[in-house]
Design a protein around this ligand. Structure first.
Ligand SMILES: [Zn+2]
Length: 477
């Protein structure tokens, strides 16, 4: 019975199909998949292929992109005031649009969305949930999602989770992203509901409260990288180790996760950490990291381009570029964006990859925001990721990394709090950074100034009176 559902789903995701999903059918499909896994332990090969190899080859993938871009653009021309105007102004032809002609359309920027939010809401759509970005740069942006969009994104996420054995009915997922990230929180709870799993949304609470709730209970956790770093430090301080936790997996999203913190988290919590890309504006388009550290982009639900930072043209192999994402209809319908310039910087890989996800297009991991790149000399750019990874690899384990970096006469001046360099000589530090290709002059600042050096999401602390006691209560006991 479930295999029948899989064939229907494959048809639904096929290239000739572009009408809205029947969310009730999707919901039933997830329930069938979860029940099949619960009864037989795993799904047949055919079921797994739906998610793992959505396209047979590059021609299929290009064809899917062209059809999806055309379908999405035609709808926007009819229903989106912003894009109807932009298409007319630029001569963009939605009826003949494809991945090539899309390159002639200007990218959509955060400023566009900030200045004219109402013009992005499509006629006839029914906004349901407002979600605000909680990024560390600039003002918050408000995105409206329809109930349909949330249900589709949650169902497809749940299906993927079940097919990959990442989530099943016995799981308890603990969520540590800001409670104000309403879309992320709703998607997590909806996904758990569809699979029959429990969901504990705690937000960015006191680390000890989070650990009290985690111990012996949660089997999955979702957290921002900076908060995960604080959890690792807190767990080690309390002498907690893998035997104290029941975690099967940890999902990290939205911030730079360094190899040092990732390895420490896996050792301390005894569960693999997956590092994912996701962004409110381009829900449900996501990307996941592989064992080689690439970021592999799921091109079923959206188009992903890498554009040169100043040229705006497709980045050459090896070049830095900004991720530009187009979520497709029928996945997004309420306040969709076309060619959204995320300003998240990646490097185009120099050539083909041979990792376990080699069939899925990849870039480097996200290296930071374009506005945070530092040009120390012409053509010599230092990315936030290089700095985070180098600082978090210090033997003092200053997690999450707090630093301020500036170009200073052809070198990099790096301000670090005193506890990050405790016991390390200037010469040792110079060698440490030089070994990572960074010509750095370290300036030490007082520990009290640490939190002002670099904003991280774990700074968005959520306070409460009795949250600690309530969170530690076992669920369903
Ligand atoms: Zn890879």
């Amino acid at each position: 019975m479930f295999e029948t559902g899989v064939r229907q789903l494959r048809m639904a995701l096929s290239m000739t199909w572009g009408r809205p999903f029947d969310t009730a059918s999707l919901t039933r499909l997830v329930a069938d998949a979860a029940a099949t896994v619960a009864e037989f332990g795993e799904l047949g090969l055919e079921a797994r292929e739906v998610i793992e190899t959505p396209f047979a080859d590059d021609t299929d993938r290009a064809d899917h992109a062209d059809r999806s871009i055309r379908r999405t653009a035609r709808r926007l021309a009819d229903l989106s005031p912003f894009y109807a105007e932009r298409f007319a102004a630029t001569g963009f032809q939605p009826r003949t649009a494809d991945a090539t002609t899309l390159l002639d359309l200007p990218v959509t920027t955060k400023d566009d969305l900030m200045s004219r939010p109402r013009d992005f809401v499509c006629h006839g759509s029914r906004p349901h949930l407002a979600t605000r970005t909680t990024g560390t740069t600039g003002r918050a942006l408000e995105i409206w999602l329809s109930r349909y969009e949330l249900e589709v994104a949650a169902a497809l996420g749940a299906l993927s989770g079940v097919l990959h054995d990442e989530l099943h009915g016995d799981d308890l997922m603990q969520v540590h992203v800001s409670s104000r990230a309403t879309a992320a929180v709703q998607l997590a709870s909806l996904t758990c509901r569809l699979v029959g799993a429990r969901c504990r949304v705690l937000g960015i609470v006191a680390v000890d409260d989070a650990l009290d709730a985690l111990v012996g209970s949660a089997t999955a956790m979702s957290a921002n990288a900076s908060y995960l770093a604080e959890l690792v430090v807190g767990a080690r301080r309390r002498g907690l180790g893998p035997d104290d936790f029941r975690l099967r997996r940890i999902d990290c999203v939205s911030e730079i996760l360094s190899p040092a913190v990732r390895a420490a988290a896996e050792e301390t919590f005894g569960a693999p950490v997956s590092d994912n890309f996701g962004m409110t504006e381009v829900i449900p388009v996501t990307a996941t990291s592989c064992s080689a550290g690439h970021l592999h982009h799921d091109l079923t639900m959206g188009d992903v381009e890498v554009l040169g930072l100043t040229s705006g043209a497709p980045a050459a192999p090896g070049e830095l570029g900004t991720l530009v994402v187009t979520p497709y209809f029928p996945y997004r319908e309420c306040m969709p964006v076309l060619r959204y310039d995320t300003r998240d910087v990646v490097r185009r890989l120099p050539g083909p990859v041979t990792c376990e996800q080699a069939g899925i297009p990849a870039t480097s991991a996200v290296l930071g925001k374009a506005s945070q790149l530092i040009e120390v000399a012409p053509g010599d750019v230092v990315t936030p990721r290089e700095l985070v990874e180098a600082v978090e690899d210090l033997p003092t384990r200053p997690w999450p990394a707090r630093f301020r970096a500036e170009q200073d006469g052809g070198r990099l001046r790096l301000d670090l709090p005193a506890n990050a360099v405790d016991g390390l000589s200037g010469a040792w530090l110079t060698d440490h950074f030089a070994g990572r290709g960074l010509d750095v002059r370290v300036r030490v600042v007082a520990d009290q100034e640490a939190s002002g050096l670099r904003r991280v999401r774990s700074d968005l602390r959520e306070l409460g009176f009795a949250a600690a006691e309530q969170a530690a209560e076992p669920v369903g006991a």
